[in-house]
Design a protein. Structure first.
Lengths: 233, 233
DNA sequence: TGTACATCAGTGAACGCGCGTTCACTGATGTAC
DNA sequence: TGTACATCAGTGAACGCGCGTTCACTGATGTAC
């Protein structure tokens, strides 16, 4: 039952980042390591992490499976390296941008920053929605805990408290629940890009770009949550 | 490269549904077959289809892996049986209910039927959101084509044309795109139940039930898409 | 300046385990005669 | 009514393949002396 120890503790280093002593420090030629990370990320996003085979990652990167062991030790450490060197660097700037925009009291600006920040992140890193849907949204996803801790919790609680404050000032329809309003915001922002391959095939989506979707979402949301005008029925 | 033929064509029948001749027709005792289908469905939803191992399904159902071959031939035919006997029977009633409600011209009633129909389906079959997210939403999902053809395409095109007609009558905000409005409706309906394990952990969700979420969603949507009142700015 | 050597950046082949699948078999049950 | 037999509903053990992992090795490159 005991899993085989992935590294016999005494042969080669798990990751060849030892203090530079003598050998050949190259200084150039990035080598195969980054290509292995990119190939792993692409497979993770398109097939799911649990269904991805290391041999496929190696083949995609033009390397041998033995190289994965050379650089990362085993599959678990490969995943950790992908998180650390690919996923978190893509997610963090968005977290910071939204947090900055939500610092003030302007709820409309905070919502716009959220929608646009998400849209920019996805444009820069198109693998985000697929990976997010499979490995964060799904119960038992391999990235749930790390991404929740690193970005989900701070953003969600910040936005929900902004909605509650705006509602207390009378700027948000009193019939809405601020917690569910945050959920609706996330739904309208995360779902469409994740479902893009689907709805482009279901609807006639010609002529609809990222900007159109953002504008539509903001129009719908801001009419939806705004408090009723005093003269209305 | 040629896959091994899963059935040597001449031994036992792939599914023991032969014409009753002599033997022991029992007439009672459902046996392990339905339990295998249920166990497979549960694993598919919680781990994804590609990552599910047949041995785990057998163990969950209290049977041997050989039994899966006895009833279904191989993993591909097991999946087909799960689709035919579990998934489609759960999905079809919702498709028909929404189609019936969208027959008339009342866009508000059609939207409410969509939201409530989805909510009822999920309450009856809690595995729907997880399976849907992994295997329909994701590109290359194992259920994409069958569920799109059987329920997605008819419902989505029907609702989008209803939105377009209502907008032509002046009932829907002219700044919104009716195709994206349908996408927003799907987002607000599918995403929250799929993300429920997540947001119950992120937000303080005490006291929020299915009815509260439906009411909130309808409130937000119907304020969001309604045409501006004439006297408003 | 030459050269011995340490390290880098990998490769090809093999190993052992777990998986899907197969095979030969079994006790229970109902039916034909 | 007895009994021979066909079928049902499975089981236990094994098989072969593909996977993650390991091992021994290699040519290239830079450094110390």
């Amino acid at each position: 039952m005991m899993p085989r120890t992935p590294r016999p503790a005494g042969s080669k280093p798990a990751a060849p980042r030892a203090p530079r002593t003598r050998g050949r420090p190259t200084g150039e030629a990035p080598g195969l390591r980054p290509r292995l990370l990119d190939a792993a990320l692409a497979r993770y996003a398109s097939q799911g992490i649990a269904a991805t085979r290391l041999r496929d990652i190696a083949r995609d990167a033009g390397a041998t499976p033995a190289l994965l062991h050379y650089y990362f030790g085993d599959g678990k450490h490969l995943l950790e390296a992908v998180i650390e060197e690919r996923i978190l660097p893509a997610i963090m700037p968005m977290r910071d941008a939204v947090a900055a925009a939500a610092a003030g009291d302007d709820i409309t600006a905070a919502v716009a920053a959220f929608v646009n920040g998400m849209s920019d992140t996805i444009e820069k890193h198109p693998w985000v929605p697929a990976l997010w849907v499979r490995e964060v949204l799904s119960e038992g996803g391999a990235l749930t805990s790390v991404l929740i801790d690193e970005s989900g919790r701070p953003i969600v609680s910040l936005m929900a408290s902004r909605f509650a404050a705006a509602q207390a000032r009378g700027e948000v329809n009193a019939a809405l629940d601020p917690r569910l309003l945050e959920l609706s915001l996330v739904s309208l922002t995360f779902f469409p890009p994740a479902a893009a391959p689907l709805w482009r095939q279901l609807l006639d989506a010609r002529g609809l770009g990222k900007e159109d979707v953002c504008r539509h979402t903001l129009e719908l949301l801001q009419h939806g949550f705004r408090a009723e005008p005093r003269n209305g029925g």
